[in-house]
Design a binder for this molecule. Sequence first.
Ligand SMILES: Cc1cc2nc3c(=O)[nH]c(=O)nc-3n(C[C@H](O)[C@H](O)[C@H](O)COP(=O)(O)OP(=O)(O)OC[C@H]3O[C@@H](n4cnc5c(N)ncnc54)[C@H](O)[C@@H]3O)c2cc1C
Length: 465
Amino acid sequence: MPEVPAAAAAAVPASPEPFEVRPVTGWGRTAPTVARVLRPRSYQEAAAAVLGCGARGGIARGLGRAYGDAAQNAGGDVLDMTGLARIRSIDAEAGIVVCDAGVSLHTLMEVLLPLGWFVPVTPGTRYVTVGGAIGADVHGKNHHVSGSFGRHVRAFDLLTADGSVRTVLPGTDLFDATTGGMGLTGVVLAAEIQLVPVESAWMSVDTERAADLDDLLARLTANDDGYRYSVAWIDLLARGAATGRAVLTRGDHARVGELPRRARSEPLAFRPGRFPAAPAFLPEGLLTRTTVGVFNEVWYRRAPRHRTGELQRLPAFFHPLDGVPHWNRVYGRGGFVQYQFVVGHGREETLRRVVRRIARRGCPSFLAVLKRFGAGDPGWLSFPMPGWTLALDVPAGLSGLGAFLDELDEEVADAGGRVYLAKDSRLRPDALAAMYPRLADFRALRAGLDPRGVFTSDLARRLSL
Ligand SMILES: Cc1cc2nc3c(=O)[nH]c(=O)nc-3n(C[C@H](O)[C@H](O)[C@H](O)COP(=O)(O)OP(=O)(O)OC[C@H]3O[C@@H](n4cnc5c(N)ncnc54)[C@H](O)[C@@H]3O)c2cc1C
C-alpha cells in the first residue's frame, strides 16, 4: 500500500501507554462493561498495546457506533483507535485515499468533497471510523448497486496478535475474514480506499409513499436499480390494510447543472447542520406505542405522495440523525436495542410475517428502515445477502422483548436469513451458525492467526466467535 510504512513493529516499547479504566458501551447503551482503554497514536504504540494485552485480551474500537457489544471487552483492553487519525495521501486524479483507521467518514467527507470525491459507502451516520467500517463491512443506501464498504478497499494494514503488521489485499482469506470480522482478526491500522467522483455536495431525491408492505416491495422490485441510493422508512405501528406503509426515498448525486443558481458557485461545499444535543437523559417511558404512533402518523402524512428531483444537502439525505448529537439518549437510561435482519429474495412471506408480528406487538419504533440488498459480499461474516433487510429500534426495557426477538431470530434463521452483528447485543449463540455459513472458516483462521486468543470482545465471548 503506497505511502504507508508497513514495516513490522519491531522496536516496540516495553510498557503500554497510559490508560483509563472506565465503562464502555455501544451506541444502544444496553450492556456497559468496564475495560482498560488505551489510545495508541502510532503503529508502535498500537503494537505495544496488543502485545501488552492481559488474559482478557483486547479489541479495537472506533467511534463506538456499533449498537451492541462489538467494541467492548469486559475486564480486558479496548484499543481506542481514534488517536491514529491521519490522512496519509490523496490521489486526486484517481480518487484514492490512504488514511489511518481512526479517520472518520465525516473527516473524509470534509476533506474529499471539495476535491470532487465522496466515500464509496456510508452508513446512516458519518461518525464511524474507517476501521469500524471495515470491521463491520458496513453497507449504505447504495448496497444494491455498490456492495458493502470492503469492496472499495484496495488494501489495509493489519496489526496481528504477534505484534507484526501485514498489508492485506482483496481476494485473500485474511481480507475476507477481516471485512466484517468485527475486529477479531487484528487491528486495522490504515487503509487504501477507492472513492467515487461527484460534481456537487447535493442529492437529487425522488420521494414516494407506499400504501402497505406489498406496495413497497413492488416499487422496490420494479425500479430500484435505476437509483444509486435507495431506502424506505417504514411505519411498524401501522396495522390492518396499512401494515408496512412506508416512505421511499431514492436518489443520486446531483450534477452542477441541476443546482439552483445560488448553489452553483460553491457546488462542493459540505455544510452539515447541527441542532442542540439531546438532553442528558429523557424520562423513561417517553417512547410509548401512543407517542410513537402519533409521530409515525405525522411523518407518513407529511411526506409527499410523489415528488421528483428535490435537492437535498448530502448530510440531510444520508445522515439526518447526525444533526442531533447524542440522540441515543432519547431512549432513557435503559438504552435501546437495534434489531436488523435480512432475508433473501423469495422469502417475502417471512418478511410480511415479521412485520405483522412487530405491528401486533406494538413495538414503539420510529427509526425503522427497509432496504433491498444487492449481491452478497465476500467477507465471511459480512451481513448483506441479496434480499430484504429491515432495521428497527426498540427501547430495551420493553417487557418481553428478549423472548419476542428470540422468536424473530428463529423465523429469520428458518428462512436462511441472518441478523447484523454490528447492531446486535442479544442474539443467542446457537442461532449463529445457521445464519453465517462461513463461521467455521472464520474460527479456523482465527485459531491459526491468534492461537492465544488475544483479540476478543463481549460480542465474541457471547457468541463464541
Ligand atoms: C445512527 C447509526 C446509523 C447506522 N447505520 C448503519 C448503516 O446504514 N449500515 C451499516 O452497515 N451500519 C450502520 N450503523 C452501524 C455502524 O456503521 C457500524 O457499527 C460501524 O462499525 C461503527 O463504526 P465505529 O468506528 O463506530 O466502530 P465501533 O462501533 O467502535 O466498532 C465496530 C466494530 O468494528 C471493529 N473495529 C473498529 N475499529 C477497528 C480497527 N481499527 N480495526 C479492526 N476492527 C475495528 C470493532 O472491534 C467492532 O467490532 C449505524 C450506526 C448508527 C449509530
